[in-house]
Design a protein around this ligand. Structure first.
Ligand SMILES: [Fe+2]
Ligand SMILES: [Fe+2]
Length: 317
């Protein structure tokens, strides 16, 4: 059987609900899409620890500090699990996690737009837990039914923990919402600054993809390979339906005068984010891209002796 026939048979198996394991045969394009997606997810978890860790020493109470430390630790663990899943897929290409890190430091490995942004107040730290992790769980909940079994197994644990992160973030935001006028103003200010980043979170709708390449073609390929079951726009609509009423119920205003829901279809219209700005941000042109990458690079260099020690111990055993 040639590759074209094998690919047809593979796609038919996916359509019948069959799940793929790491050692199964898979078309090169399927492997490439999975590697791209899981690397992006894993590195985003790791880079996502950096904005929140800025608030660990400054959390307002010991209870909040412990909860934030636990969340940051969870996110690093998610990165670790996901990079292992990616490494299994990369093994036939003779690549491993060191290649991922080298690509990150050379600007060839992207990470999520939200983690390039500043976190100037405690309200930002709470908002990340409530509204950024809230967005992440919408994407990851959809990916749970995907066709690649090792990724869905990893996601099951990750999604479980993300549920705690949302409760942690929501608790901080509720405390601010019920607080003094200054605390409410602090949350409103964070929401106003974060709203464009939240609208960018799910990526551009297919029609905005440049020249038919990029986000659009990856979305189509991932849908065909049953790695994902919803488009970026479907996820954004789901997010708006879930969170806009909650934000408004607390008396906060969303900085988009055009935001409206069709009462019959439930579809939202909104001010589209600046997708050129999104491309610049994920191309490491965001306000905090350079210093977060530098901090990650420094930690990686300083941790080299630990990796050396672990690999020499492993060889000795
Ligand atoms: Fe996570
Ligand atoms: Fe999280």
């Amino acid at each position: 059987m040639d590759v074209a026939d094998r690919t047809q048979e593979f796609l038919a198996r996916l359509d019948s609900g069959h799940k793929i394991e790491a050692e199964d045969w898979m078309p090169d394009a399927y492997r490439a899409e999975l590697i791209r997606l899981i690397r992006l997810h894993g590195i985003s978890e790791i880079m996502g620890t950096l904005p929140e860790k800025e608030w660990v020493p400054r959390a307002p109470t010991l209870y909040r500090k412990l909860a934030l430390m636990a969340k940051v630790q969870d996110e690093a663990g998610h990165g670790q699990i996901l990079i292992r899943v990616a490494e299994d897929l990369m093994a036939p290409l003779h690549q491993n996690r060191e290649d991922i890190m080298a690509d990150l430091f050379a600007g060839r490995q992207k990470f999520h737009n939200v983690f390039h942004m500043p976190v100037p107040t405690w309200a930002d730290a709470g908002l990340i837990g409530w509204l950024v992790d809230g967005a992440a769980i919408i994407t990851q909940g959809m990916l749970l039914s995907g066709s690649y079994a090792p990724y869905t197994r990893a996601l099951r644990r990750i999604v479980e923990e993300e549920g705690f992160h949302i409760q942690h973030g929501e608790s901080i935001c509720m405390a601010l919402a019920e607080g003094t006028p200054r605390q409410r103003a602090m949350f409103q200010d964070a929401l106003t600054r974060w709203w464009p980043s939240l609208m960018m979170f799910f990526g551009p709708p297919e029609r905005s993809a440049p020249g038919g390449a990029g986000a659009g073609s990856h979305q189509r390929a991932n849908l065909r390979f049953r790695i994902r079951s919803k488009t970026n726009e479907e996820l954004r609509q789901r997010y708006l339906t879930k969170y806009v009423p909650r934000i408004r119920a607390l008396g906060f205003s969303i900085p988009d005068a055009t935001l409206a829901q069709d009462p019959d279809t439930g579809a939202w219209t909104y001010q589209p984010p600046d997708w050129d700005l999104w491309r610049r941000i994920i191309g490491n042109g965001g306000p905090r891209s350079a210093d977060r990458l530098e901090l990650r690079r420094m930690s990686y260099v300083e941790g080299q002796w630990v990796r050396d020690l672990l690999s020499s111990t492993r060889k000795a055993v």
